[in-house]
Ligand binder design. Structure first.
Ligand SMILES: Cc1cc2nc3c(=O)[nH]c(=O)nc-3n(C[C@H](O)[C@H](O)[C@H](O)COP(=O)(O)OP(=O)(O)OC[C@H]3O[C@@H](n4cnc5c(N)ncnc54)[C@H](O)[C@@H]3O)c2cc1C
Length: 463
């Protein structure tokens, strides 16, 4: 089947409105939010409305030998959802039904196109909580979160997306529908296929439904902010929190560069003083006396580690304002240029070394790099600022991006804590997992997608 015949077939299957071919329109589906990643021109963008249509699209593309790039909201930061030339971009945004919320078993069944925030709000009405909270939660989709194994600010206590997954429905490369996983708390029948698809970045199949477990709604958070005049002191405080077994519901770090950007943007002094090198923000959502005890222990650790400022509050609005300093960093950096955010995860005892490594790289490439990160799990986002219309700056930003990964690996870390490999970290995946790890990846891909139909060349190539 040729390309034109495929488009006609897809229109017959889905209706004209659901198959977009206008190049101005398809271009808007060709990229995600990562400026470094390559992208191509899709043959068509298709928007199926149900699982049967997804199966029909997959079968038609398989027959025509046309690759498929699944896509959620396109908020990714690795180019994973970027089109390749001549592909069909399969947007899952119309599969957006919350199929079931079952408070008695504390679980929900949800389609991939549901926006994370809409899902969180829906379960909250039942007194329940869906933890995965990527900072893009107000527009990214559950399907994208599952496929990138997304994390967020509350991972330190509640884990990443995979920790909430019980079961999945996935359209396989021959169009058949795999139902895998469970609705029960425990279950060990067979391989854990559901978790194989979580984080597979659209390379193994199309997720059309997920069963996820929910938590009871946490209490309103109490908040701590602590300022340190050395990065080492802040790093030591994080290590002691881990060593002493404290589990805050949030533990974030900001380096000197991000503190400055945030203060300038918010036109406020965060109270940390001009020689402050790092800020820690912590929260407890345990409520009442337990939260007070948790925060007091956190505060004591910070003071013992030499914090110049340590302030706690159980006023929710004040806590929200303190956290605002962390949440606005990317927006604040836009005052200076375009941001390019990296994603490395290091052992929690080595956060200060990573920040110092970034300071050194910043000096070398002559570009501002601000580090913010989920300190509680060691997942750092060094963010490089550059002028997009200056090719030399863009090249230096690219260099800094790679050098940060190098530092992360040298500290015993990983090249991605939550954003994924996509189309920008393919060679880094190989460096991190080595030839045997790559061989197993290729064998799995070969077994599930023998014609290399799904997102070919993303994450790794088959050769
Ligand atoms: C400002 C900002 C902040 C961010 N903060 C975070 C953060 O805190 N934590 C974090 O983890 N990420 C973060 N991200 C990255 C991004 O939001 C996440 O990776 C998110 O999970 C992507 O969801 P999406 O719906 O946009 O997916 P897309 O970007 O559209 O797709 C991502 C991947 O999933 C695949 N995919 C999508 N849907 C399906 C499906 N149904 N079946 C199979 N494959 C599918 C695509 O092929 C692609 O490989 C941030 C991004 C931005 C722009």
């Amino acid at each position: 089947m040729g390309n034109e015949a495929l488009v006609t077939r897809l229109r017959d299957l889905l209706g004209r409105q659901a198959v977009l071919t206008d190049s101005d329109v398809t271009a808007s589906y060709a990229r995600d939010m990562m400026p470094l990643a390559p992208s191509g021109k899709p043959l068509a963008v298709v928007l199926p409305a149900n699982v049967e249509q997804v199966q029909a699209v997959v079968k038609a593309c398989a027959e025509a030998g046309v690759p498929i790039v699944p896509r959620g909201a396109g908020s990714g930061l690795s180019g994973a959802a970027n089109a390749i030339d001549g592909c069909v971009t399969l947007s899952l945004t119309k599969l957006n039904e919350i199929v079931e919320i079952d408070p008695g078993n504390r679980l929900a069944v949800v389609q991939p196109g549901v926006v994370n925030l809409d899902f969180r709000n829906a379960v909250e009405k039942h007194g329940l909580f869906y933890p995965p909270d990527p900072s893009s939660y107000d527009w990214c989709t559950i399907g994208g979160n599952l496929s990138t194994n997304a994390g967020g600010l509350c991972c330190v206590k509640y884990g990443v997306t995979t920790d909430s997954v019980l079961g999945l429905e996935v359209v396989l490369a021959d169009g058949s529908l795999l139902k895998t996983g469970r609705r029960t708390v425990k279950g060990v029948a067979g391989y854990d296929l559901a978790r194989l698809f979580v984080g597979s970045e659209g390379t193994l199949g199309v997720i059309t439904q997920a069963t996820v477990q929910l938590k009871p709604l946490p209490q309103a958070p109490a908040t701590l902010v602590a300022g340190f005049n050395t990065t080492e002191a802040a790093g030591e405080a994080v290590a002691r929190v881990v060593r002493e077994g404290l589990v805050p519901s949030l533990l974030e770090i900001m380096d000197a560069s991000s503190i400055k950007a945030s203060e300038a943007y918010l036109k406020t002094d965060l109270g940390a003083g001009s020689d402050c090198r790092a800020l820690l923000l912590g929260q407890s959502d345990a409520g009442g006396e337990v939260a007070r005890r948790e925060l007091a222990a956190l505060e004591q650790i910070c003071v013992d580690c030499g914090a110049d400022l340590a302030y706690t509050t159980d006023d929710v609005e004040e806590g929200r304002m303190l956290l605002q300093a962390r949440r606005v960093v990317l927006t604040a950096l836009e005052t200076y240029g375009v941001w390019l955010t990296d994603d490395v995860c290091v052992p929690r005892t080595r956060i200060a070394e990573l920040i110092h490594g970034c300071e050194k790289i910043s000096e070398e490439v002559g570009l501002r790099i601000a580090v913010v990160g989920h300190a509680g799990d060691g997942n750092m986002h060094p963010t490089i600022v550059y002028q997009p219309d200056n090719p030399d700056e863009f090249a230096r930003a690219r260099r800094a991006f790679d050098e940060i990964l190098e530092v992360g690996l040298s500290l015993g870390g990983t090249v991605t804590g939550e954003h994924g490999v996509g189309k920008i970290k393919r060679e880094w995946l190989e460096r991190e997992i080595g030839p045997i790890g790559m061989r197993v990846h290729r064998q799995i891909k070969q077994a599930l997608d023998p014609e290399n139909l799904f997102n070919p060349g993303s994450m790794f190539s088959m050769t």
